[in-house]
Design a protein around this ligand. Structure first.
Ligand SMILES: NC(=O)c1ccc[n+]([C@@H]2O[C@H](COP(=O)([O-])OP(=O)(O)OC[C@H]3O[C@@H](n4cnc5c(N)ncnc54)[C@H](OP(=O)(O)O)[C@@H]3O)[C@@H](O)[C@H]2O)c1
Length: 371
């Protein structure tokens, strides 16, 4: 018997969960001996039951005895906000657990081993590649112990972020700017340097095309040592501003991870974007290109630590989206840490020949789902 169909249902259930936040999106189906679905569950975010427990809760006492649990992520094995799913499955008398991808978390991993010790049959790796792509940014964050970092900038075709006098509104058109808001909404935090706050006074909210606030608001983060005026627009953001008073970006992103941010969107400007690149802290690039030429000194990216051509930072283009007259180029560093295919843009796509290269994520290594 193959478990692919049930796992696909579990994956669809997982997609009901929130795309941002500390925890991964996980789905679970409980099957009877004939393969019929007894119950379904998914995780709705931190502090709520995990997918396995959500599915078990839909059955009466003893209703899962002898059942097979098909779950997208290895059941967790630790106490977070909720108890270990491994123990819940054992206590419910489940006789087999089929899961997609391993939980690389130092604290949460090990569920499969615990289940086997308790005499539960465990089948691992069903639809693993698909699930690794689905959970790409979460797995990267877990593996690296820092958030998945997208660096975005908008520039003219000749790579300038502003005109010679510093004026930069607006290089790109409405459709491109709307995509930026969508990308903000899909992130836990938006990061800028003090330079951008002082120059532009941005609100750092995610807004719809009528200017209304979107349902999910990323937390604004300002990195730098200069003071920000008390009346800066960022203080009107629905979420409190996080200040990282440092130039040490490794330290800053470790703190953001500690605060529970798993997906971070760095929106510039050139100094901070370049510093992230130089520090090797970019998982994905979102480069908006406007069909205009500005020339002059205001380049979108400055010193990224490339002294000679042998040190160039090569990227692999994932896709190119047309947004009105502009382009969004999504790219990853080589080697690519992860691809978020589940976040594929909704606009018109220009297929990109990546030379037959594998655009799927590097094999996951370690993380931590939290209860
Ligand atoms: N085209 C775009 O996509 C885009 C996006 C955003 C902004 N912009 C434009 O960019 C301009 C502002 O440029 P900017 O480069 O000054 O802004 P920025 O990159 O947002 O801020 C630069 C400041 O960040 C701080 N910083 C934090 N970590 C740092 C590190 N590791 N290395 C160096 N500095 C660090 C420093 O301030 P402290 O001295 O306070 O420590 C530095 O001066 C504005 O005109 C804005 O319109 C363009």
């Amino acid at each position: 018997m193959t478990w692919d169909a049930a796992m696909r249902t579990a994956l669809e259930l997982a997609a009901n969960g929130p795309a941002t936040g500390v925890n991964p999106r996980v789905g679970c189906v409980l099957l009877d001996a004939e393969g019929g679905i007894l119950a379904e569950g998914w995780h709705r975010g931190v502090g709520t039951p995990h997918a396995e427990v959500d599915a078990l809760s839909k059955l009466p006492e003893g209703g899962a005895r002898g059942a097979t649990a098909v779950v997208t992520l290895e059941p967790c094995n630790h106490w977070g906000h909720t108890g270990p799913c491994s123990e819940a499955l054992i206590a419910a008398g489940v006789s087999r657990v089929v899961y997609g991808t391993d939980d690389p978390g130092h604290h949460s991993g090990g569920g499969a081993e615990r289940l086997r010790e308790a005499g539960v049959e465990v089948v691992a790796g069903v639809l693993r590649d698909e699930i690794d792509v689905f959970l790409g940014d979460w797995l990267t964050a877990a593996r690296l112990g820092r958030p998945y970092i997208v660096v975005k900038w908008a520039s003219s075709l000749d790579g300038r972020a502003a005109a010679a006098d510093g004026s930069s509104k607006w290089i790109t058109g409405a459709a491109a700017r709307q995509r930026v808001h969508e990308q903000r909404e899909a992130s836990d935090a938006i990061v800028v340097g003090t330079g951008t706050v002082l120059a532009d006074d941005p609100s750092l909210t995610a807004r719809g095309d009528a200017g209304e606030l979107m349902g999910t608001q990323p937390t604004p983060v300002v990195i730098g040592t200069r003071a920000v005026p008390k009346d800066a627009a960022v203080f009107s953001h629905p979420n409190p501003v996080v200040f990282e008073g440092t130039h040490d970006l490794h330290e800053a992103v470790a703190d953001l991870h500690q605060r529970g941010f798993r997906r971070v969107y760095v929106e510039g400007g050139p100094t901070l974007a370049s510093a992230f690149i130089a520090a090797g802290l970019v998982d994905e690039y979102a480069i908006y290109l406007a069909p205009t030429l500005l020339g002059g000194p205001r380049v979108a990216i400055g010193d990224v630590g490339v002294g000679s051509i042998g040190e160039q930072r090569r990227l692999r283009i994932l896709d190119i989206e047309r947004l009105g007259g502009d382009l969004l180029v999504r790219a990853v560093p080589i080697p690519a840490p992860a691809l978020r295919a589940d976040r594929a843009p909704a606009g018109e796509h220009v297929p990109v020949d990546v030379g037959g290269a594998d655009i799927f994520p590097a094999p996951p290594i370690p993380t931590g789902q939290e209860g």
